[in-house]
Design a protein around this ligand. Sequence first.
Ligand SMILES: [Zn+2]
Length: 339
Amino acid sequence: MTKFKRLLTAVILSAIIISSSGCEFSENTPTIGSEPEISSSESSSSESESLPEISSEPEEIAEPEPVPEPVFKLSSNEVKRGSYFIIRAENIDLSDYSFVDFLGYRREFIATEGGWICFVPIKTDTHPKSYELSFNVGDYSFSERIIVTERNINTQYLTVAPATLEQTLEDEAVRAAFNDFYQKYRWYETGVKFWEGEFMKPLGDSWYRETTKFGTYRTFSNGKTEWHDATDMAVGGGTPIYATNSGVVLFSDYLGLTGNTVVINHGFGVLSWHYHLSTRNVSAGERVEKGDFIGRVGTTGLSTGNHLHFGITIGGTFVDPMELMGSEPDIDFWKESEE
Ligand SMILES: [Zn+2]
C-alpha cells in the first residue's frame, strides 16, 4: 500500500467513524492535501489518536446518580367508614399527576414537606369490606388492599313540623341552593395548612347534649331519609361558638336548609361546617384563629330546637368530627414509621 493509499484509507475510516458518531468535526477533519498527523502513523492506531474526543467521551460521563424509587406509604390499611387514611408519596413529582381515584371519588395530592400527601376519606355509607386502591404514575403502579371496617350506625326518627318541612326539605329551590353550596365548597383546597395543633370543641367548655351522632341514619316524619354525617350538639340558644382551629372563613351566609351557616377552611382540604346559628360573627374571607368567636347557637333552617350541627370534611367528604376533637390529622405519620 502506498503512503497515499494508506492516508486515504485512514481519512475514509475517520470520516465513517465521525459521521456515525453524529458529531461535527469540521475544524479538525483531515482533508486530503493537508498534512494531518495520521499520515505518519499506522492507520489502525491513528484512528484512535486522530479522534481523541470521541474515544474519551464515555470515560468523561460520570457514574449516574442512582434514581431513588418512588415510595408510597399509607397511614393505615384499615379504616373505619366515616374516617380517612393518608397516602404519603416520596421521590416522585406529582405536580402533573396529583389525584387518586378511590370508591368513585377523585382525591388530590397536596405538596408537603419533602413529598406529597393525599387524604382519602371513606363515606359513612360505604359497605364494610376490602377494596383495591390502585393508581399509575408514569411507569409506576401502586396497588394495595384497603379494609373498610364497620362503625356503629344509629337510626333515628325525627318529627318535624309540616310547615318547617315545606319550607326546607320539600322546597326544591331550597334543596337545590344547598346542593350548589355543598358542591361548590366541599372540594375546596388551597395547598396551604392553616390549622395549628389540636382541634378544639366548637362550644368550648359549654355543656351540651349530643342529640344526633355522626353516622346516624335518619328518617323524617315525611318519609324522607338522610345520613346524618355531623354531630348535633343541643345547648341553649345564644351559646357562643368558637373556631375549632385556625383558618379562613370560606362561607358565612343564610341558606334555607341549614339556616345561618359558617364554613371555615383549615387548609389541606380540611373544612369545618356549622349550621342553624342564630347569629354569625364572621364574614367570608376573614382569617380566624383557633378559639375565635364565630357566632351563636340557634335553630334556623331545618331544625327542631337550639343546637349546633357541627361537621368536618376532609378531602371533600364528611368524616366523624368528634374523632378530630383534641387531636389533628396526622400528616407526619410517615416520620414515626421511619424511626
Ligand atoms: Zn344535624
